[in-house]
Each structure stands twice: as structure tokens, then as C-alpha cells.
Design a protein around this ligand. Structure first.
Ligand code: NAD
Length: 429
């Protein structure tokens, strides 16, 4: 099939590439000319495991193309996916101006029947607005259908998630686009749920809010563990073996962040409020998440006391492992808070340092994770990168003025660390 993706970011680029990989002809559109030029020249603007080779393979095969012209993308394809940002507004609602802009651009370029698919995460009822907008701005009287097809990929595992999705959700207002949408996804051999547009939009917000809730739940449990000497990892393992619960998203730490959970949670709360429902449960999820960061900072100041003139080594800047994405990263927030207290920082992230540089200034960026501890008063683990587990603990211990580690991601074993001579503080253990 001929497919166009408007918005070539974490979602759009990976989706477009995976569509090309299964044989569709794909045009990826972005209004960021520099990004398009980079992609046309063989560069990849984001880090995702496995993505680079897949992009190259599909570009060479002629199935994947990049342009900054929405009109070209609309005219050359039958199905147009929207994957532009839906950032948060100061009041917790969603800035839908990118979606509205694209809806107008699509309308202006349509000359025949098109299926317009929203893949961005949007509040329930956005599909209706997109349809109204296209109808209003369409020059000719052409037919179209709007479809909601929320994306569930996880950054860091995006290629795998797209190639082997747990499920594909297709929200439609009529039967006409169903066969085409099924044909788009047929090669992925995943269960397909066909539903109405409002339900599809709600599935995404309800799912992400539930995952955030699961994290806040175990973080709240971690507080009780600390108060009683219990071990939150043991508790999570015991809970997680119950298949009704599951072990994933039960890792206590410094809280969730990233470009999705915080914004989707506040968006769901805001849309519920506007529909007359006070979603107090989700407000508590936000509160617990914020408290978790405060609690971790308190652990640091309880031990180091005054942070002014102290040097702290920080491992991790990305909002989670396997990605270079630092947007709304708790690790960045933690660094900024430590700086505010007067600490100077030496930081390392395997992939996130370049992108962190615009957000985190006046720190020493260290290329080698084993060199971060040099001359520092303590070491902090802020992101759960697997490779941090291979840190040269002996070298780090000797490089620190005092062998203190605050592990915000529970990567190391407390007993082992004590045996190795560390003053080791983690979360809920
Ligand atoms: P992103 O910022 O990485 O990418 C968006 C891209 O859209 C950018 O390259 C931007 O230049 C481009 N763009 C903006 N306006 C445009 C326009 N008018 N025309 C063409 N291009 C335009 O964002 P993302 O992380 O890919 O997220 C996109 C959407 O997908 C959001 O709604 C997000 O909530 C949702 N989502 C994200 C993830 C994730 O893990 N990142 C997962 C699922 C869903």
C-alpha cells in the first residue's frame, strides 16, 4: 500500500520504517527541513536499537522516502497517518494545535478519497474535531474517513514493539476504511481490535494512565518497605508472579517521566474534569510520583547534608534505558535539583548526552561511565541502563572521596554493596 506519515519523530520515523519493512511504500513528512535533509542524506535523528539498519535497507529498496511537503505526501498516498506532537498545556490539557494544523494541510491537499489516521495520542473526541476541520478546509468536495489508531510503542524497544505489537487498535466511524486499515497491518500478524473512534482514543489514555498508576503503586509500597525493613523488590516479585498483576511496571525508583506518561496522565485528568468527572485516583498517582523524587533528594541531603561545594557523579540522563530521549526525564530533573542545592555535577549517559546538553548546562559530560566518580563526593544512579550494572565498582569506590552511592533505580544488591565497602542507599530496600 502507499502510506504517508506526517511527523517523523520517535513514533513517525519508526512506524514509517516498519511499514516499509513489511513491503508498503512509505513517505515520511516533516516540517523540520533540517531533519528531512539529514534523513535524505542517510542520517538518523534519534537513537532506537535496530532502527538505523532498517531505515537504510528500506531507503535503498526505494520503499522509504522523506519530504517536507505535506501536499506531496497526501497526493501520493491512500492512507495518511498523523504522528505530530501533542504536548501538554500549562493547565494539564493538551495542545492540539499541531494536529489542527496538519488536518488543515491535509484538507488543502486532498483531491480524492483518503483515510486520515490519527496515531498521535489525543484526548477522546479529537477525531470528531479532525473530521470537522478537514471538511471545513477541503477545497474540493472529496470524501474521506478519519480513523483513530493509537500507538503503544515503548521508546528503546520501538522497532520490536512495532514489528510484533500486542494488539492494533483501529477506531472507525464507518466500515469503509476497515479493509484498508486491516491490509496495512495484516503483515504484522497481530490481533486487531476494530472499535469506534472515541473508544480507541480512550484506550490509549486509559492504558498509559494505568501503567503510571502501577509505577506509583509500587513506589507507595516502597515507602512502607523502607519503614519496616522489607524489600520492595521481593514484594514486587511476589506480587508479579500473580498473572492477574504481572511483574512489569512494578519497579520502585525515582518515579516515571518521559514525553508520554506525565502528559497523558494530566491530559486524561483534564479531559475527565471537562466531562464532569473528578479523576481523584489519577491525581494521587501524580502526587506519589512527585513525592518519590522529593524522598530521594531527601535521602541525598540526609547523608551529604549541605550540597553546596559538593561534587556528585550522576549515571543516567535519559528518561529510561535504551533511548536518547531526555524529554521530561526524572534524571534531568534530579540533576537540576542537585544543582539548585549548590552541587556541581559530573554526568554520563550512554546515548542521551547530546540531547541533554540543551537542558542541562554547567555540568561535566563524561564519556566513560567508569570515570564519572573521579573527585566526586557521591555517585547517583538515575536511569536504569543495564550497562550501569557493569560499572567498575572498585574503581568508582576508590575514585570517590567517600564511597557513597544513591541508587534511584535499584540496580545493585544492597548486601553485596555493603560487603564491597559502599555506603549504599536505594529505594524501598
Ligand atoms: P516527536 O516530537 O519525536 O516527533 C514529532 C515530529 O512531528 C517532529 O519531528 C516535528 O518536527 C514534526 N511536526 C510537527 N508539526 C508538524 C507539521 N505540521 N507537519 C509535519 N511535521 C510536523 O514526537 P513523538 O514522540 O513521535 O510523538 C508523536 C505523538 O505520538 C504524540 O502525540 C505522542 O504522545 C505519541 N506517542 C509517543 C510515543 C513515544 O514513545 N514517543 C509513544 C506512543 C505515542
Amino acid at each position: 500500500m502507499k502510506l504517508t506519515i506526517i511527523g517523523t519523530g520517535y513514533v513517525g520515523l519508526v512506524t514509517g520504517t516498519c511499514f516499509a519493512e513489511v513491503g508498503h511504500t512509505v513517505i515520511c513528512v516533516d516540517n523540520d527541513e533540517a531533519k528531512v535533509k539529514m534523513l535524505q542524506g542517510g542520517g538518523i535523528p534519534i537513537y532506537e536499537p535496530g532502527l538505523e539498519e532498517m531505515v537504510k535497507r528500506n531507503v535503498s529498496a526505494g520503499r522509504l522516502n522523506f519530504t517536507s511537503s505535506t501536499a506531496e505526501g497526501v497526493q501520493k498516498s491512500d492512507v495518511i497517518f498523523i504522528a505530530v506532537p501533542t504536548p501538554p498545556l500549562p493547565d494539564g490539557g493538551v495542545d492540539l494545535s499541531f494536529i489542527e494544523r496538519v488536518a488543515r494541510d491535509i484538507a488543502g491537499a486532498m483531491t480524492g478519497y483518503k483515510i486520515v489516521v490519527d496515531k498521535s495520542t489525543v484526548p477522546v473526541k479529537t477525531g470528531e474535531k479532525v473530521a470537522e476541520t478537514i471538511k471545513r478546509y477541503c477545497k474540493a468536495r472529496v470524501e474521506f474517513d478519519v480513523v483513530s489508531n493509537p500507538e503503544f510503542l515503548r521508546e528503546g524497544f520501538a522497532v520490536d514493539d512495532l514489528m510484533k505489537p500486542d494488539r492494533v487498535v483501529i477506531g472507525v466511524g464507518s466500515q469503509r476504511p476497515v479493509a484498508s486499515m486491516k491490509a496495512v497491518y495484516e503483515p504484522f500478524k497481530a490481533p486487531i481490535i476494530v472499535t469506534d473512534i472515541n473508544s480507541a482514543e480512550l484506550i490509549k489514555h486509559a492504558a498509559n494512565s494505568f501503567l503510571a498508576l502501577k509505577i506509583s503503586y509500587i513506589n507507595a509500597v516502597s515507602v512502607i518497605c523502607e519503614a519496616t525493613g522489607a524489600n520492595v523488590q521481593e514484594v514486587a516479585n511476589g506480587m508479579g508472579m500473580d498473572e492477574r498483576i504481572g511483574r512489569r511496571f512494578l519497579n520502585a525508583g525515582i518515579g516515571f517521566g518521559g514525553s508520554c506518561f506525565p502528559k497523558d496522565l494530566s491530559a486524561f485528568i483534564a479531559i475527565s474534569q471537562s466531562l464532569g468527572y473528578n479523576f481523584g485516583l489519577l491525581k494521587e498517582v501524580q502526587k506519589i510520583n512527585a513525592q518519590q523524587m522529593e524522598r530521594f533528594l531527601k535521602k541525598i541531603t540526609d547523608t551529604l547534608w549541605v550540597l553546596k561545594d559538593k561534587k556528585i557523579g550522576v549515571l543516567g540522563l535519559a528518561f529510561k534505558q535504551n533511548t536518547d530521549d531526555v524529554r521530561m526525564s526524572p534524571a534531568i530533573e534530579l540533576c537540576q535539583r542537585l544543582q539548585k542545592e549548590g552541587a556541581s555535577l559530573r554526568v554520563h549517559d550512554p546515548k542521551g548526552m547530546d540531547k541533554a546538553k540543551s537542558l542541562l548546562k554547567n555540568v561535566e559530560y563524561v564519556e566513560d561511565m567508569n570515570a564519572v566518580a573521579e573527585g566526586c563526593d557521591a555517585l547517583v544512579v538515575a536511569t536504569e541502563w543495564d550497562e550501569f550494572k557493569k560499572l567498575d565498582l572498585e574503581r568508582a569506590r576508590k575514585a570517590l572521596t567517600h564511597p557513597i552511592m544513591f541508587d534511584g533505580r535499584n540496580l545493585f544488591d544492597p548486601e553485596e554493596m555493603e560487603k564491597l565497602g559502599w555506603i549504599y542507599k536505594s529505594v524501598g530496600r
